[in-house]
Design a binder for this molecule. Structure first.
Ligand SMILES: Nc1ncnc2c1ncn2[C@@H]1O[C@H](COP(=O)(O)OP(=O)(O)OP(=O)(O)O)[C@@H](O)[C@H]1O
Length: 240
């Protein structure tokens, strides 16, 4: 297991233009382990996740790769309770969430970068989104690094796909700074240009916490400690 040194992580995350507060929150981050055991998720007759077991160790970065429709998003969404399960255990920070309160706690511990970002019915601005992370300074720092901080007053529904994805990434990093232990990311670079992909791959690598990321981006997968491949709802470990 490779745990990035905090000093290196801070240097990477702080960059030239990011808020100095990033260094402070980096210093406070620790990893957390996720254990999934015998997890199955169905959509009617379709078994999207089929008896999956996996573990993310403290501080470990794990990539989930695989063909379209192989079950990656369903698996990640199940970790957050956004997708029901037909059987299995999903233990994060020692708890297999079942009650609404436990799911709320789970979502605070596991910030989420969704594959498709919903802008909602109400005109939330970029600034309000970053604020909702719980750690404004860190979120704004990452937004600055990703070149979207200047869009602060803009409503989310007026952003391009890539700008929106950058804002949700910044929000998730802010939520990590606000006590998050496991970052769950679903194709976080899918809408980004070449430079944006490199920057986000570097930011993820530098995060001194556990990360589980579903991705089709080789640059992201190559920087993870382990790569798991999903096929037809099942998971196996592969080398990149
Ligand atoms: N809400 C849903 N209702 C019915 N079937 C669904 C639903 N969501 C996903 N599926 C099906 O579950 C399977 C797994 O989908 P999932 O989105 O988890 O795949 P994925 O590996 O994330 O794919 P991609 O790489 O294209 O994002 C697919 O066959 C998909 O059609």
């Amino acid at each position: 297991m490779f745990v990035p040194p905090v000093a290196g992580a801070c240097a990477e995350l702080s960059g030239e233009s990011a808020a100095p507060a990033l260094a402070d929150w980096c210093a406070g981050l620790r990893g957390a382990a996720l254990t999934i055991d015998g997890l199955s998720c169905r959509f009617g007759g379709l078994v999207a996740v089929d008896d999956v077991g996996l573990q993310v160790e403290a501080g470990e970065h794990v990539a989930l790769v695989g063909t379209n429709g192989s079950g990656k998003s369903t698996l990640l969404r199940a970790v957050l309770g956004l997708q029901g399960r037909s059987r299995g255990r999903i233990v994060l920070d020692g708890t297999d969430a079942r009650s609404p309160g436990e799911w709320d706690a789970r979502r605070r511990l596991a910030p989420w970068i969704p594959q498709r970002q919903a802008t909602g019915r109400f005109p939330l601005t970029v600034d309000e989104l970053l604020d909702s992370s719980g750690h404004r300074a860190a979120a704004v720092g990452v937004a600055t690094r990703l070149g979207v901080a200047a869009l602060a007053r803009q409503p989310l529904h007026t952003l391009s796909g890539g700008q929106l994805q950058r804002c949700f990434i910044a929000r998730a990093f802010g939520a990590m700074a606000n006590g998050g232990r496991l970052l769950l990311a679903d194709e976080p670079t899918a809408a980004l240009d070449f430079d944006g992909r490199d920057t986000v791959a570097g930011l993820l690598r530098a995060l001194p916490a556990s990360v589980l990321v579903a991705t089709h981006d080789r640059a992201v997968a190559a920087r993870c400690d382990r790569v798991l491949e999903m096929a037809n709802g099942r998971v196996r470990e592969v080398r990149m």
